[in-house]
Design a protein around this ligand. Structure first.
Ligand SMILES: [Zn+2]
Length: 433
């Protein structure tokens, strides 16, 4: 069905009073004041004295914020349900029942002592988009789903439950709230015994688009309105053990030492050197170090440390890791030590869909906004949903690039801009996929 047929069908289906309200989709705008008021209201649940938000998943504050969000969804004329995993889903039928749903959403749980924007801008933004469409009596061809994923900050639990299912042993993990995931799911109205009911299959969804604050400073520093996310970087962690030989610091001559901490120093420098030796936005971090036995008078015999690498391109990460390994072999020879790398985490990159990226960019420019392509260095629910359908993400500026902090802030104008880009991306996807 083309757009003209769609509109005329729609006009037949709506009452006369709504007829007058009908307006061309291109002129639709979200209600920025309503959106920002709701964000401020949402921030009351788990508000901290510093003006931030402490709303861990599976707590009373989380529960109250979820109730509040479900009320807003009903106001936006969405049919609200909680899936077996505890995700909140607001649905509205489309005009073509055979089409798969277009999905928008984010999360409303926070990190401990966090801010009032991370996840919340995207959640309230998605509800506002649904509300704007309802106000204008604009019905999509596709079914619309607004999803508020549960416990994003505790490891994208809700989106994993939808994208690939939660394993039994994951249910026993204790979340920040002190409850296990299993207890938490029950607490927020899910049913941990029926989790298979929450799982969607590849092809069940037409597309997923998430609005989010950048959590970095690129847009704010460059005075750019909208970030078009290229993808969510892959995150790879290794536990690194360096074995040397612990010996008396007074009697062991310098040329006879096998100093694991000295090897670690050379290693830390090498990681930085290798990661910055090639062009690109890859990052590499040694974030933890511990020397044993750890005394003034003993040459360190053993060091526990780490390696973290992130990039959009998994092949690049592999190449960097190989270079680091080659360099550590040199350090082993030089210092008489032995390095051992044990991979403890690998989450592959999730590239955003090319076509959705183009639609986001075009929608933003048509609204008069400046855009910039950028990767997401932080994890998001979109990363999991990428296993099911094409995804896209829209970033709005974070002041000074600060997030996971009470000082997290995005301007009301930037938030409304992001929601308008989400709205027009959704309208374009509805016509094009
Ligand atoms: Zn988030």
């Amino acid at each position: 069905m083309n757009r003209r047929e769609f509109n005329s069908n729609l006009l037949l289906a709506v009452p006369a009073a709504a007829f007058a309200a009908q307006q061309p989709a291109s002129s639709l705008r979200v209600n920025g004041r309503r959106l920002n008021t709701r964000l401020a209201e949402l921030a009351q649940f788990g508000k901290t004295p510093e003006g931030g938000t402490h709303r861990l998943a599976y707590t009373e504050a989380d529960l109250a914020a979820r109730e509040y969000s479900m009320k807003l969804m009903r106001d936006a004329r969405l049919d609200v349900s909680i899936d077996a995993a505890g995700n909140i889903i607001g649905r509205r039928a489309g005009s073509e029942p055979s089409l798969k749903p277009l999905v928008i959403g984010s999360h409303i749980d926070s990190v401990p002592e966090g801010g009032s924007y991370d996840g919340q801008v995207g959640s309230m933004g998605a509800i506002e988009v649904a509300h704007t469409l309802a106000d204008a009596n604009t019905r999509l061809r596709h079914p619309l789903e607004v999803i508020i994923f549960q416990n994003e900050e505790g490891g994208t639990v809700g989106s994993i439950a939808i994208a690939r299912g939660l394993a039994e042993k994951e249910l026993d993990l204790v979340s920040n709230s002190g409850k296990t995931i299993r207890e938490g799911i029950r607490f927020i109205g899910g049913d941990p015994d029926k989790l298979s009911g929450a799982v969607r299959r590849k092809g069940d969804l037409a597309a997923y688009v998430e609005l989010h604050i950048e959590q970095g400073g690129i847009l704010h520093a460059g005075n750019i309105d909208i970030g078009v996310v290229e993808g969510i970087v892959g995150v790879y962690w290794w536990e690194v053990t360096i074995e040397g030989f612990a010996n008396h610091a007074g009697t062991t001559p310098m040329n006879q030492r096998r100093d694991a901490l000295l090897a670690a120093a050379k290693y830390i420098d090498a990681v930085n050197r290798i990661v910055t030796s090639v062009p690109g936005r890859q990052v590499g971090t040694v974030g933890r170090i511990q020397a044993f036995p750890g005394a003034y008078n003993i040459v360190p015999g053993r060091v526990l440390t780490t390696l973290g690498l992130r990039d959009l391109d998994a092949a690049k990460v592999r190449a960097l890791f190989e270079s680091i390994r080659t360099e550590t072999r040199r350090i082993e020879n030089e210092t008489g030590t032995k390095f051992d790398f044990k991979q403890v985490n690998s989450s592959p990159p999730a590239p955003a869909d090319e076509r959705i990226r183009r639609i986001i960019d075009r929608s933003a420019k048509q609204l008069g906004f400046t855009t910039r392509d950028l990767p997401s260095g932080a994890g998001h629910d979109a990363q999991e949903i990428a296993n099911l359908c094409p995804i896209g993400m829209i970033f709005v500026p974070s002041r000074d690039g600060i997030s996971h902090s009470p000082r997290e802030y995005s301007t009301p104008e930037d938030i409304a801009n992001g929601a308008n880009v989400l709205l027009h991306t959704l309208l374009a996807l509805d016509q094009e996929v």
